[in-house]
Design a protein around this ligand. Structure first.
Ligand code: GLU
Length: 309
């Protein structure tokens, strides 16, 4: 757990150590850094390594690439893979309060609503909500391992995103713990943010659909609600989320091969609405010029192969 002492907001950047950070991840990290630092706050780092498991190499590479750009973090880094006891104890408490149930639906259905933060948000129809004890026992003895779902009672959650405006969604009985025992993304994020004192969440707007679920859980657990700032993603020229398929998007290789971090900063800074006179820019100049209102409302379309490092 991280103790924080400043008066300003506490933000976080929460990558998954599943490979190199690409320009899209770095742009989100830069935005999170600008918003936190611009308001006199701190930025924490959290490794969302539940599905990958601890990944020391990818983790070290991501931290090194962020540092090369000039993004350093405050406090102690948190790894989700080290927090299963904490997650289990919160689930046990919710269960004790009668707020959860076991779900034996197929993995396919569970996968849609569980660990993947960017998965489509499909409403779970509540199939297992009222399973009888004997039906559960039968499924158990047939070797089925249940996921744990929250009783969300189709609550409607509305929140005002500082960048994206008002957002409202009906929250379904989403998964807290997958059938394999791993904490699900929406659950772990809520516990981690609260335990770390995070009160400002800046992240890609592909996660805005998950936010109502997270807020409902915060309410059920009596946790404070952070400020949300969902920012547009970086897309390839085909309109899809930036990925390896679009070319050399992994920045680490370029940086390690001698690409000038200042130019990378220049590219990212220009994409968040900062006038970049030279091709390069320093972090303190970015911070001075940053204004959330100047960040473009639409996705940044990028052809990574067109960049001359
Ligand atoms: N781990 C998620 C990602 O890499 C971010 C989750 C979050 O910010 O809540 O996109």
């Amino acid at each position: 757990m991280t103790s924080t002492s400043s008066q300003g907001p506490v933000g976080r950047f929460a990558p998954s150590p599943s490979g190199s950070l690409h320009l899209g991840n770095l742009r989100t990290a830069l935005l999170a850094w600008c918003v936190a630092k611009g308001r006199g706050g701190q930025l924490l780092l959290r490794m969302e390594d539940l599905t990958t498991g601890a990944a020391p190499l990818a983790e070290a590479e991501q931290i090194a690439d962020l540092a090369l750009l000039g993004i350093e973090f405050d406090g102690q880094m948190l790894r989700q893979s080290e927090r299963s006891q904490r997650y289990d104890s919160v689930i046990a408490e919710l269960t004790r309060q009668g707020l959860t149930y076991e779900c034996y639906c197929t993995r396919k259905e569970i996968a849609e609503a569980s660990a993947a933060p960017h998965g489509r948000v499909n409403a779970y129809p509540g199939t297992c909500r009222d399973l009888s004890v004997s039906a559960r026992e039968q499924l158990h003895s047939a070797g089925r391992r249940p996921a744990i779902r929250i009783k969300a009672a189709s609550s409607v959650v509305t929140f005002v995103d500082e960048f994206a405006g008002e957002h409202s969604a009906v929250v379904d009985d989403f998964v807290l713990q997958r059938g394999d025992g791993l904490a699900a993304y929406n659950f772990a994020v809520v516990i981690d943010d609260a335990d770390s004192g995070v009160d400002q969440v800046v992240r890609g707007d592909d996660l805005i659909e998950s936010t109502s679920r997270q807020i409902l859980l915060q309410q059920m657990l009596g946790f404070p609600r952070p400020t949300y700032i969902h920012v547009p993603l970086v897309l390839g020229t085909d309109g899809q989320r930036l990925s390896k398929r679009h070319g050399s998007v992994g920045l680490g290789d370029q940086l390690r091969n001698g690409a000038d971090p200042g130019r990378v900063r220049g590219l990212l800074a220009a994409s968040i609405g900062i006038p970049v006179e030279e091709e390069t820019i320093e972090m303190h100049e970015i911070l001075r010029a940053f204004d959330l209102d100047m960040v473009p409302r639409e996705a940044w379309i990028l052809d990574p192969n067109s960049i001359k490092w």
